[in-house]
Design a protein around this ligand. Sequence first.
Ligand code: NAG
Ligand code: NAG
Ligand code: NAG
Ligand code: NAG
Length: 489
Amino acid sequence: MAHIVSSPCLVFFICFLFPFARPFTVIMSDSGVPSALIDGPQTGFSMNNNGARTDTREQEAVYDIMRATGNDWATDIPDVCRGRWHGIECMPDQDNVYHVVSLSFGALSDDTAFPTCDPTRSHISPSITKLPHIRTLFFYRCFTDNPQPIPSFLGQLGPTLQTLVLRENGHVGPIPGELGNLTRLKVIDLHRNNLNGSIPLSLGRITGLKSLDFSGNRLTGSIPSLSFPILSIFDLSQNLLMGSIPSSISTCRSLVKIDFSRNRLTGQIPESINGLMNLMLLDLSYNRLSGPLPMSLRSLTSLQALILKGNPMGSTTIPDDMFDGMKGLMILIFSNMNLHGAIPTSLGRLPNLRVLHLDGNHLNGSIPISFRDLKNLSELRLDDNGLSGPIPFGKEMVWRMRRKLRLCRNSGLCYNANSGLEDSLDPTFNSGIGLCESPRPGLASTVQHLSAVEREIPNTVKVSSSSVHKCSVFVGLLEILLCFIVILL
Ligand SMILES: *[C@@H]1O[C@H](CO)[C@@H](O)[C@H](O)[C@H]1NC(C)=O
Ligand SMILES: *[C@@H]1O[C@H](CO)[C@@H](O)[C@H](O)[C@H]1NC(C)=O
Ligand SMILES: *[C@@H]1O[C@H](CO)[C@@H](O)[C@H](O)[C@H]1NC(C)=O
Ligand SMILES: *[C@@H]1O[C@H](CO)[C@@H](O)[C@H](O)[C@H]1NC(C)=O
């Protein structure tokens, strides 16, 4: 008698924030797989459940897999689903036979201690293909001293596998095209290996993908025109990818986070990006993108962080109303982009703006008076531009930002006599700023300012790296927020 209980949509988001790495998301979902397994509580396999036993072929396969990772102790466990360790999950079928649905390896944290691998001799056993119900495979820091390619036999797990995490494992060689056979996959995470070659087109077959993270590898070639209708996280950062961002990105309509930073991407940001109505984080920093900025960016109303730093946009100006649609924007990082012209006044109308970096450009004119209204602003960098005129905000704002306010090396910024800024501005980052309409802004004072700037340079560099770290913590917090929002979706 087939007594099949249909799986409820179980979506677990585990957001791990490593102290020195960026957070990542593991989505484990067991919805949508037709199988004869009964979704019971994971503790249901108790000692007094007399008839229950583990499928014998799967048991042998688990022993092989455990031996291949240096965990020989597991072979002393007479029933792997009964004598469970943290890192194996099983589920019963209607005949009370237990099947292995999840295997995890690697010490993630003190709380999440899966069996660790012996990094000098571990490999993934081909016996993994003898687990016909496996939904989740998780290997973390397993093969670092025994570098090996990702085995193509993983492609044989197509009928059931939903989560494949091979993170920081030291894998070499290409991403096998066979992974495109994993058509039920929802999460694929190959972060920080030494993978090379290009992104296989066959991955386009995985239409139910929710999270793709290939960051921190050596992938080359261009980003293929793939369409993932329910993908929410798309991370290809820190690779060697070239070519332009495909306009087909707009077909990934559920995207919440795009991180293509630190590649060699060229061309313009595609206008079609305006279809991404859920996008909260767009990081294209440190590529070779060129201008102009697409006007369609304006319709990304969900955007919270926009990071385009370090792209030589090519004498681009920012339209004054560029940011009017982005009411939720919290982080805008446009440093070193060869931007010209005036600072858009629409920036002053973003109530949630916390971090604004426009340093290292050729922006001219004055700081918009609307900047007075940025009550949430805690970090402002306008240094190394051609700005002039009075600083429009008062003491409270300067005190709030303290050393995170940087206005130095501009053409002629000054403070008004009654503003109280004279003693508030941190001299390290704001040297060379004097009283507006000072009676004799003579040569002598200019020379003095320049030498002050020179003296401060080493200091500036030191402090700015700590500030960059703080900013990445900020982005990290935002990513955690994203995780929780995706849970709600
Ligand atoms: C997987 O995909 C490749 C092509 O990408 C194909 O040749 C192979 O037969 C497929 N099936 C399996 C089970 O790997
Ligand atoms: C990938 O790296 C391996 C060495 O790990 C090398 O032999 C191979 O030629 C590389 N392939 C590409 C496409 O760069
Ligand atoms: C600052 O941001 C919070 C949300 O993070 C918002 O509720 C608040 O209204 C903002 N402050 C101002 C003055 O707009
Ligand atoms: C700012 O620079 C642009 C050229 O980049 C120039 O056309 C404009 O007149 C300048 N504005 C001011 C106020 O200097």
